[in-house]
Design a protein around this ligand. Structure first.
Ligand code: HPA
Ligand code: ZN
Length: 337
């Protein structure tokens, strides 16, 4: 696919971890500014370490990289760098995960994280032409009590957060553990999402739907192993935020050519394409569209369908969602005309 539509089509990014957009150059710059020692001699040496065998091998580096983030300005710079890149990828709306517990573990207060991110997110439409929302994730490999305490920390900033999510090490940490936390989050007026079915089994996707009452499943690629689950996802139009380059790098699929994205669309699933942790996995949103188009021979009309799905699956208000879908239609018409 070389008509440029992968980048040109307006799209929403619904699965991106802000800490996963931390490029090695910025990691080194902030390490120096904050006088934090890194176990790598250079940007190239750090980048050369990005060879993953599974989710955990990635997470180890992901948590190490973000350890240089200390001040609100650091978080603001990280977010600013993401929006600058996202704009060139056709992203017009972004719903961005952040991991407050990963920062609290090093003594960085919730307030530091949210103030830094919010200073950029609140102005993203005016500054970059990209609307945005924040999704606070709980780390599923840490305790339920810690997740609940994090939720309490977030309460004063409730209107800066659209939803809560669940991420980090999946296997052995089923969604059911976090039922009370998610009940509390929904009572608070937050929507809910959860990573499920990336490395974990289809039963984790069922639990996310039935116990956490999520509006979307993050990843969910293993759902295809369970025909009844596929029916449920299709009938209820539950969105799946699929991350193709991530799936290859973390060996969820062998190659992009083997990716189940086309099977998901054929089965009528509301699949979207996203970048997950673009600084680590070799591509931002448009790069993911381009890569699947190329490896799977997708037509431009399928890319348009994926972009349309991204708006349908977003947490935008109905009028804004409708406006973006009209803008997509015009862009698609201009490409085919
Ligand atoms: N899976 C789980 N946790 C994560 C991921 C992911 O792909 N990226 C960042 N945290
Ligand atoms: Zn993710």
């Amino acid at each position: 696919m070389s008509d440029g539509s992968a980048y040109a089509l307006p799209k929403a990014e619904l699965h991106v971890h802000i800490e996963g957009t931390f490029e090695p150059e910025l990691i080194f710059a902030l390490a120096e500014r904050n006088r934090v020692a890194l176990p790598y001699q250079s940007v190239d040496a750090l980048r050369a370490a990005y060879q993953f065998t599974d989710l955990q091998s990635f997470l180890n580096l992901y948590y190490a990289g973000m350890a240089v983030l200390r001040t609100p300005e650091d978080f603001a710079e990280l977010a600013d760098a993401y929006f600058r890149r996202a704009g060139a990828q056709g992203v017009v709306h972004a719903e961005i995960f952040f991991d407050p517990q990963a920062h609290a573990a090093r003594g960085v207060a919730f307030e530091t994280v949210i103030e830094g991110l919010w200073s950029v997110v609140r102005a993203s439409e005016a500054r970059y032409g990209i609307s945005s929302r924040l999704i606070m994730c709980f780390l599923r490999d840490r305790s339920v009590a810690e997740a609940m305490a994090t939720l309490e920390d977030a309460l004063p900033y409730g209107d800066r957060i659209v939803a809560v999510g669940l991420d980090s090490t999946e296997s052995g940490y089923p969604p059911s553990l976090f039922r009370d936390v998610f009940d509390r989050a929904r009572a608070q007026g937050w929507k809910t999402v959860a990573h499920a079915g990336e490395e974990g089994p289809p039963s984790y996707v069922w639990e996310a739907l039935d116990l956490l009452r999520v509006s979307r499943i993050d990843h969910g690629v293993r759902s295809l192993e369970d025909p009844r689950l596929v029916e449920r996802l299709r009938d209820e139009r539950i969105p799946l935020t699929v991350c193709p380059l991530s799936n290859v790098k973390l060996r969820v699929v062998r190659t992009l050519a083997d990716h189940p994205l086309p099977a998901m669309l054929e089965r009528g699933l509301l699949a979207t394409v996203n970048s997950d942790d673009p600084a680590y996995f070799g591509g931002y949103a448009g790069d993911n569209y381009a890569a699947v188009a190329d490896a799977l021979g997708l037509r431009t009309s399928t890319l348009v369908e994926l972009a349309d799905n991204s708006f349908e699956a977003s947490f935008l208000e109905p009028a804004a969602r409708a406006a973006y879908r009209v803008r997509l239609e015009s862009a698609a018409a201009a490409l085919s005309g």
